[in-house]
Design a protein around this ligand. Structure first.
Ligand code: IPM
Ligand code: MG
Length: 366
């Protein structure tokens, strides 16, 4: 099994290093090959997604991705910015289905900014369409307006669009995921205002006819943003477009205490996937050895489950993470009174030790 490892920028290299050590500790026949991506690739090869990196990702069975981006690239032309690497990989590999679970670990209930009773036991799955919508819709650009509120003025524009097959395939993914969970899907749209999302809603309703055992509800995105902080446990599977999914998944992530805990999977039609933490490159803490590697380690577990058919190994990693949390180890983002603050490397060490059945006793309290 060949895995392309793309660490990227900022804390990407630090967190990927820990996930790689965890994968190696499993002693599976995995071939790991890394390549530069994002700002790092721009520095080395003049492009955020060099041909060789894309070729490696295409040839691999799965991609393990760190994070890209740094403020210092904000002035580059858009096509050379680090973000284009992840957008390009999603598009070029056809990774249209993005799974972003938001799980509140029992040990971290108190790290949430919401009242513990609102988030205890939270387990929702946001399914974000990842290769369409206003993210990729053409035309886009800058021009002189010929109509609108200020004809003759300079303006910028993007295009929100979804085709029927794009909506149908993500709806199928959501209904099938719901069948493995609580059999409830909330489709989030803005059909009260946008043509694109009226079509989205109509199409999701049509696909739903094939899943009579699954309950479907519809919610406008503004209300969904509100309900997520009011009663998050009322959700199970949430399916939505690329733009709304980007926003709601950050919101859902924070309910769990830290975005540093949340993995993600981006899958194509055949379950080939790219796995990355839901968080970004955090340039403010890069190089300090304090980033939380657990989201990336849990992304590696998702990779084993979804793309490499190794569910038992995925569970081993997930149990090891639980053991480490139960032992009281915390990176700064999830630290609270009475727990032990550790760095990126020490957290990785502890997960590796827990995998080996060595337990993590003696590490509680400082
Ligand atoms: C995410 C990120 C990306 C996105 C950026 C880095 C392009 O925010 O994965 O959610 O907007 O999709
Ligand atoms: Mg985002």
């Amino acid at each position: 099994m060949k895995i392309a490892v793309l660490p990227g920028d900022g804390i990407g290299t630090e967190i990927i290093a820990e996930a790689v050590r965890v994968l190696q500790a499993l002693e599976l026949p995995l071939e790991l090959e890394s390549a530069p991506v994002g700002g790092a690739a721009y520095e080395a090869h003049g492009h955020p997604l060099p041909e060789a990196t894309l070729a490696l990702a295409k040839a691999a069975d799965a991609v393990l991705f760190g994070a890209v981006g740094d403020w210092k690239y904000d002035k580059l032309p858009r096509e050379l910015r680090p973000e284009q690497a992840i957008l390009g990989l999603r598009k070029q590999l056809g990774l249209f289905a993005n799974f972003r679970p938001a799980i509140c670990y029992e040990q971290l209930t108190h790290a949430s900014s919401l009242k513990p009773e609102l988030v205890a036991g939270l387990d929702i799955l946001i399914i974000r369409e990842l290769t369409g919508d206003i993210y990729f819709g053409q035309p886009r650009g800058r021009r002189v307006a010929t109509d609108g509120n200020f004809p003759g003025a300079e303006e910028a524009y993007d295009t929100m669009r979804y085709s029927r097959p794009e909506i149908e395939r993500i709806a199928h993914v959501a209904f099938q995921a719901a069948r493995r969970r609580s059999k409830k899907v909330t489709s989030v749209d803005k059909s009260n205002v946008l043509e694109t999302f009226q079509f989205w809603k109509d199409t999701v309703i049509e696909v739903h006819a094939q899943y009579p055992d699954v309950t479907l509800e519809h919610m406008y995105v503004d209300n969904a943003a509100m309900q997520l902080v009011k009663a998050p446990k009322a959700f199970d599977v949430v399916v939505t477009g690329n733009m709304f999914g980007d926003i709601l998944s950050d919101e859902a992530a924070m309910l769990t205490g830290s975005i540093g805990m949340l993995p993600s999977a981006s899958l194509d039609q055949h379950n080939k996937g790219l796995y990355e933490p839901s968080h970004g490159s955090a340039p403010d803490i890069a190089g300090k050895g304090v980033a939380n590697p657990l989201a990336t380690i849990l992304s590696a577990a998702m990779m084993l489950r979804y793309s490499l058919n190794q569910a038992a190994q995925a569970e081993r990693i997930e149990s090891a993470v639980q053991a480490v949390l139960s032992a009281g180890l915390r990176t700064g983002d999830i630290w609270s009174e009475g727990t032990r603050r550790v760095g990126t490397r020490e957290m990785g060490d502890a997960v590796v030790a827990a995998l080996g059945g060595k337990g993590v006793t003696g590490l509680t309290r400082s």
